[in-house]
Design a protein around this ligand. Structure first.
Ligand code: SF4
Ligand code: SF4
Length: 451
């Protein structure tokens, strides 16, 4: 009886749509996860498609550029690149620690496309059976397979295009696709990705999650007695399960959650929770499958728990992990916002300490290496500071295209008899436009003895 009361409380906390019938308010509410998951899948799919085209997340291999949150990182900014990738990795691990396999069930592209493929195959089969009932079963099977593979191939071309766009500039890739380029590296990569996507879409699907994906195995290492699980709870003495097996039929992973909540195939999608609720609601009973914090723990959303317990901060470990991720994210954002689009390096050319230019002036050369990591054309203005008024620059401006690099030699010059022999401290000041970022480079000017 106590169990019944807890179930009802929890159900009310997590329910999205109560089942109701006119004149009968006693029916238990049904927890809805299917439509919620499908909505999240759609949002994730749209994000997956949008990311490479908006440069929010893309690794341009030919140009060796990494785009993250709209910023263009160069390969020489490896530290930020590394910490960004580590953040994504830690984010998935932290989510697993807090909410179990939430990534698998809600955001993993493999799972999203596997479920879409299974749903599409099922719909095509039912549509053919409904509209071509006059044909023999063998012909209908052939027709539904043919239609499914054709649709799968078209979807694979699109998905492979989007996936390859994460690594090759999308417009460049589109032109390769339209000319059916299977000769260049980008074209070959696109063609191979299409083939792999099609095989995955048509044949592999959730088998990948069950047999190949290491994440399911890692989840076991990350979980503890507070990890969010999908658990079957029934009374030993008075079993409420009616053995309808709907929970097994709806499971894309093909398992029976009643055997154990620790089956490695279970992605905690909650489809069986909704299925059992649906079945038992008709008998005016609460469902027997629940999201719980650990095998013996409270149910998800139990209202007699503090709010921080309900959002997953159930012990100091989880609070610390959440704080670290927040701290990490803030640091990453600060690092990204502080990077300057213009990177300038200046070195004196000491291969020849000094030289004489066409005007007969004595000069020292300074090599400027400038990277414009911004998205607009830019100029760098150079100003010489020195106590010696006789010194001057032969060039005081360098122009760069957006995303371009320049190596340019700038000369500091003086008339041959304007200075006594010696070494004079100078400073080269640079100002980048647009942005107005300033930098200063202390150098020396070497004045030789005149012959
Ligand atoms: S759906 Fe519920 S009642 Fe039916 S077999 Fe599964 S656990 Fe038992
Ligand atoms: S057992 Fe339930 S929660 Fe686990 S994968 Fe199957 S349907 Fe999803």
């Amino acid at each position: 009886m106590a169990t019944r009361i807890i179930i009802k409380k929890s159900v009310m906390a997590t329910v999205s749509t109560p089942t109701s019938a006119p004149g009968n308010a006693a029916l238990p509410p049904v927890r809805r996860y299917h439509n919620f998951r499908k909505t999240i899948h759609l949002i994730c799919f749209l994000i997956f498609v949008a990311l490479p085209f908006s440069n929010l997340m893309r690794f341009d291999i030919p140009r060796q550029r990494f785009y993250v949150f709209g910023q263009e990182l160069w390969i020489n900014e490896f530290a930020i690149l590394f910490f960004t990738l580590m953040f994504l990795l830690f984010g998935i691990a932290a989510a697993s620690m807090l909410y179990g396999r939430v990534y698998c069930s809600y955001a993993c592209p493999q799972m999203i496309f596997s479920e879409a493929s299974l749903a599409m195959e099922d719909r095509i089969r039912r549509w053919i059976n409904k509209h071509f009932i006059q044909l023999s079963p063998a012909v209908r099977t052939f027709a539904s397979r043919f239609l499914f593979y054709s649709t799968g191939l078209a979807a694979s071309v699109f998905l492979a295009f989007v996936f390859t766009s994460y690594f090759v500039e999308p417009r460049d890739l589109l032109s390769r696709l339209l000319t059916i380029d299977i000769v260049t590296a980008g074209g070959i990569a696109g063609a191979v990705t299409t083939l792999i996507t099609f095989l995955d879409f048509a044949f592999v699907r959730t088998r990948f999650c069950k047999m190949i994906c290491p994440y399911g195995y890692l989840q076991g290492m990350l979980s503890d007695k507070q990890t969010l699980l999908v658990v079957y709870r029934d009374s030993e003495e008075k079993k409420a399960c009616i053995e309808c097996k709907k929970c097994v039929r709806v499971c894309h992973m093909g398992i029976d959650i009643r055997k154990s909540p620790f089956q490695i195939e279970c992605i905690h999608c909650g489809e069986c929770v909704e299925a059992c609720d649906d079945v038992l609601a008709k008998l005016k009973k609460p469902g027997l499958i629940h999201y719980t914090w650990g095998e013996q723990g409270k149910m998800l959303g139990a209202k007699d728990e503090p709010w921080y317990y309900r959002i997953g901060l159930r012990d100091p470990k989880r609070a610390v992990v959440s704080f670290i991720m927040l701290f990490y994210f803030t640091g990453l954002m600060i690092a990204l916002s502080m990077r300057h689009p213009m990177q300038i390096r200046v070195q004196p050319d000491r291969a020849t300490l000094y030289t004489t230019n066409a005007q007969g002036e004595t000069t020292n050369k300074f090599r400027f290496n400038i990277d414009n990591r911004g998205s607009v054309d830019a100029t760098v203005a150079i100003v010489l500071e020195s106590s010696q008024k006789a010194l001057h620059l032969t060039t005081d401006r360098v122009a760069l295209k957006a995303g371009g690099s320049v190596e340019q030699t700038i000369e500091v010059a003086t008339a041959p008899d304007a200075l006594a022999p010696g070494v004079y401290p100078i400073t080269l000041h640079t100002t980048s436009e647009p942005g107005g970022t300033k930098a200063s480079f202390p150098m020396t000017f070497v004045m030789p003895k005149q012959k």
